[in-house]
Ligand binder design. Structure first.
Ligand SMILES: [Zn+2]
Length: 364
């Protein structure tokens, strides 16, 4: 990096100064990580002895123009020979902090100490100042934005330590209460947390009498591109996002819905109507017949119970009770409509099994 002119420095904003200092500190730590490796190798080859020096520290003082204190620190980190300390340096933790840990002998070189463990140890040795807390509080945000093609949404943000921990623990607790996916399918903790976040918001919406299109009983309008043909069913919700075949199946399954097919010019071609939804009497009968419980084998949840079309509406499945089975929110929205598992029609009425999932559309 070229040296900065005084002029340039005086023109920098406070944020720019701060950010540049942070970049330098990180770069410094990475260089230190390399220095530690090299010193370790010097020690291993006993180069100081060959040079007639009594100790590694003496060699470094002469050879590298270090003070005794700095030489002692560097030797301590090199000799700790701890992968965890090395990765702290590589991650940009300052050398002074890492040296402090090595010095305190808090890392056993023969033990694999994990990075989070070391971060904890480091945190314990660094008191949190009121200013740090204030900065963390002021920096809180949660950004929720659709991707450009609107196939998904991104979430990211920053929270205070207490908030972050509480939210993570709550989501984990909600996730643990969700049923298991069939066929030994295991979702990652991160995926389960995403499901849990939806459940928490959905419950809150239900408490407030929310009337989103996904809420049963509330008609939604879907525009279908009639020129796309059945192999590429593209659809738009009246309220906005473009959806694909899975989301269309999900909507047709759950709610009374108006389907409007559009020509190439955007003119309505065919107009379906909400009467294609499950008649309320049939819905009530199916929920009663299934004992007010999810019919998935082993599940006894009654959360957001909905009649599901065993043969999907988009495959000409009808609204007869034989083609309907009660599923809880998780089995209906996550397992069936999200993951693509289908109900095995030959499985017992109250103990529904799922067919192995297929992500491809059925052949036409
Ligand atoms: Zn269930």
């Amino acid at each position: 990096m070229d040296l900065l002119s005084t002029d340039l420095i005086t023109q920098m904003t406070g944020d720019q100064l701060d950010s540049l200092l942070e970049q330098i500190r990180t770069a410094e730590s990475r260089l230190k990580a390399i220095q530690v490796e090299l010193v370790r190798e010097v020690d291993r080859r006993q180069i100081p002895l060959g040079d007639g020096m009594r100790t590694l520290e003496d060699w470094m003082i002469g050879r590298m123009d270090l003070t005794r204190a700095s030489a002692r620190q560097l030797a301590a980190v090199a000799r700790a020979d701890s992968a965890a300390l090395d990765s702290l340096l590589a991650a940009g933790v300052s050398f002074d902090r890492v040296a402090e840990l090595a010095d305190a002998g808090e890392t056993d070189p023969h033990l694999e100490v994990d990075l989070p463990g070391l971060r904890n140890m480091l945190a314990r040795r660094t008191p949190v100042q009121r200013a740090d807390e204030q900065a963390a509080f002021d920096a809180r945000f949660l950004a929720i934005q659709p991707t450009l093609d609107e196939t998904s949404w991104n979430l990211w943000g920053k929270l205070t330590a207490l908030e972050g921990k509480q939210i993570a623990e709550t989501l984990d607790r909600v996730a643990d209460d969700l049923p298991e996916a069939p066929h030994g399918h295991r979702d990652s903790r991160a995926t389960r947390r995403a499901d849990a976040l939806f459940v928490v918001c959905d419950r809150h919406g239900a408490d407030k009498g929310d009337t989103s299109p996904a809420t049963p009983g509330v008609p939604a309008t879907v525009f279908v591109d009639a020129t796309d043909g059945p192999s590429r069913p593209g659809a738009w919700l009246a309220s906005g996002p473009r959806i694909g075949p899975s989301a269309l199946e999900r909507l047709l399954c759950g709610s009374p819905i108006d389907v409007i097919a559009l020509t190439e010019d955007g003119e309505p071609l065919r107009v379906g109507n909400a009467t294609t939804a499950i008649p309320p009497a049939t819905r009530r009968y199916v929920l009663w017949r299934d004992g007010g419980m999810c019919t998935a084998d082993g599940c006894n949840s009654s959360y957001r119970l909905q009649p599901h079309h065993i043969q999907h509406r988009t495959d000409d499945g009808n609204n007869q009770p034989d083609n309907l089975t009660s599923l809880c929110w998780y089995h209906h929205h996550v397992v069936v409509h999200g993951r693509g598992f289908r109900i095995d029609p030959t499985s017992p009425t109250r103990r529904r099994r799922f067919l192995p999932r297929s992500n491809s559309d059925p052949p036409i």
